[in-house]
Design a protein around this ligand. Structure first.
Ligand code: SF4
Length: 328
C-alpha cells in the first residue's frame, strides 16, 4: 500500500488544575508516501498536539492520548515499547520546529549534529557519518565544507536548512514540519518551501505541514485538513478546498473565495475567540462563532459529510439539518 500514516479517532487531553483541556477530539487523517498534508488552523486548534501525538511526545503528565490509533506503514504504534518508539523517531518520522535554534545545539558543529543522528540509526564510523553529513548539507544547498561551522555562523534561513538536513539525515518516511518558515523572511521562506518540495519528490517522503498560512498551503500541499477546537472540520484535496471551501469556518478563514492563482495571504481573523478548551461548546464547537448556527447546531455534533470525492465537511448545512442564512 502507498499509505504511510493513518490516524483513527485520536483523542488527546491535558489534565490541568483549571480542568481537562480537550486538545484533540477524534482526529482522522491519512497521508500517502510522497504526499503533503497541510494542517491548518488558529493557535490552540490542536495542530501541534496532533503532531506530538504521532511521535508519542505529548508531555505526560499532563498530556495523555486517551483514545484512537496511529499506524505507520500499517504498524500500530501506540502500544509499542518506548525503546522501539525511539527508533521510529528520527528514523521513520522526524519533526522540524518553527524556531531552528531550539533544534540546534550551539556548542556542536552542524556536521557533528547531523552525523550524530546518522550514527544512532546507521552502523557507520565517525568519519563515514561525517562524510554523509556533508552530503546532507549539500542536498539542502549548503557547501559541505561548512560542516565544521557552528550554528551561530549561519543565517536564519541557513539554520532552518541545517535543521531540515538533520531531520532528513535518516531518510524518514514522514517529515512533520511545524510552522517551519514562520520565523524566516519571505524570500528565504520561498527557498525553504521549494527545498521541501524537491526533497518530497526526490525521496517520496510523506509530509505533514502545520501552518496557519494559506499561501504556504497553496504552494506545497496536496491535501488540506482544517482544524478547529481539536477537530478536523474540513478535509479535502488542495484544488477542491480553494475552489469550494465549504465549512463556515473555512469560509471565514478565506475571507472571500480565493483562487489558487491569486496571492493568498495569512488567515483572515474571524469574529469571536477560540472556545475555552476546558469547556468546549456543546454540539458543533463552532456554533458560538458561526453566522448560520441554529438550536440544532447547539445540540447536535456534526459528523463528516462527504460532499465530493475525498472532500469531507463537519457541518449540519451539509447534512440538510440547517439552512444557511444567505451565502455560506
Ligand atoms: Fe455553523 Fe451549524 Fe455548520 Fe456548526 S453545524 S458550522 S454551527 S451551520
Amino acid at each position: 500500500s502507498n499509505e504511510f500514516l493513518n490516524i483513527k479517532n485520536l483523542h488527546i487531553h491535558y489534565v490541568t488544575e483549571e480542568g481537562t483541556v480537550k486538545a484533540v477530539n477524534g482526529v482522522n487523517m491519512e497521508i500517502n508516501k510522497g504526499e503533503t498534508l497541510g494542517l491548518v488552523g488558529e493557535t490552540g486548534a490542536g495542530k501541534t498536539t496532533t503532531a506530538l501525538g504521532i511521535l508519542r511526545l505529548v508531555p505526560n503528565p499532563p498530556g495523555k492520548i486517551i483514545d484512537g490509533e496511529i499506524f505507520l506503514e500499517g504498524q500500530s504504534i501506540l502500544e509499542l515499547p518506548e525503546d522501539e518508539m525511539r527508533m521510529i523517531r528520527g528514523n521513520k518520522v522526524s519533526m522540524i520546529f518553527q524556531d531552528p535554534m531550539t533544534a540546534l545545539n550551539p556548542v556542536m558543529t552542524v556536521g557533528e549534529q547531523i552525523s550524530e543522528v546518522i550514527e544512532i540509526h546507521e552502523k557507520l564510523s565517525n568519519k563515514e557519518a561525517f562524510e554523509k553529513a556533508k552530503k546532507m548539507l549539500e542536498l539542502v544547498g549548503i557547501p559541505g565544507a561548512r560542516a565544521v561551522d557552528y550554528p551561530h555562523q549561519f543565517s536564519g534561513g541557513m539554520k532552518q536548512r541545517v535543521v531540515i538536513a538533520i531531520a532528513l539525515a535518516c531518510n524518514p518516511g514522514l517529515l512533520i514540519a511545524d510552522e517551519p518558515t514562520t520565523a524566516l523572511d519571505v524570500t528565504i521562506q520561498a527557498q525553504v518551501l521549494e527545498l521541501m518540495n524537491n526533497l518530497k519528490n526526490e525521496f517520496n517522503t510523506a509530509m505533514l505541514l502545520i501552518t496557519h498560512d494559506l499561501g504556504v498551503v497553496a504552494e506545497v500541499c496536496d491535501k488540506v485538513a482544517i482544524m478547529y477546537a481539536g477537530e478536523i472540520v474540513e478535509y479535502s484535496k488542495i484544488e477542491d478546498l480553494f475552489e469550494n471551501p465549504s465549512h463556515p469556518y473555512t469560509r471565514g478563514l478565506f475571507g472571500s473565495i480565493p483562487n489558487l492563482d491569486e496571492e493568498v495571504d495569512r488567515l483572515k481573523p474571524i469574529k469571536g475567540l477560540m472556545p475555552d478548551p476546558t469547556n468546549l461548546p456543546s454540539g458543533c464547537k463552532f456554533h458560538p462563532r458561526c453566522p448560520h448556527a441554529t438550536e440544532y447546531c447547539k445540540e447536535n455534533h456534526p459528523e463528516d459529510t462527504e460532499i465530493a470525492p475525498e472532500h469531507k465537511v463537519k457541518c449540519h448545512i451539509y447534512t440538510g439539518q440547517v439552512k444557511p442564512k444567505g451565502e455560506i
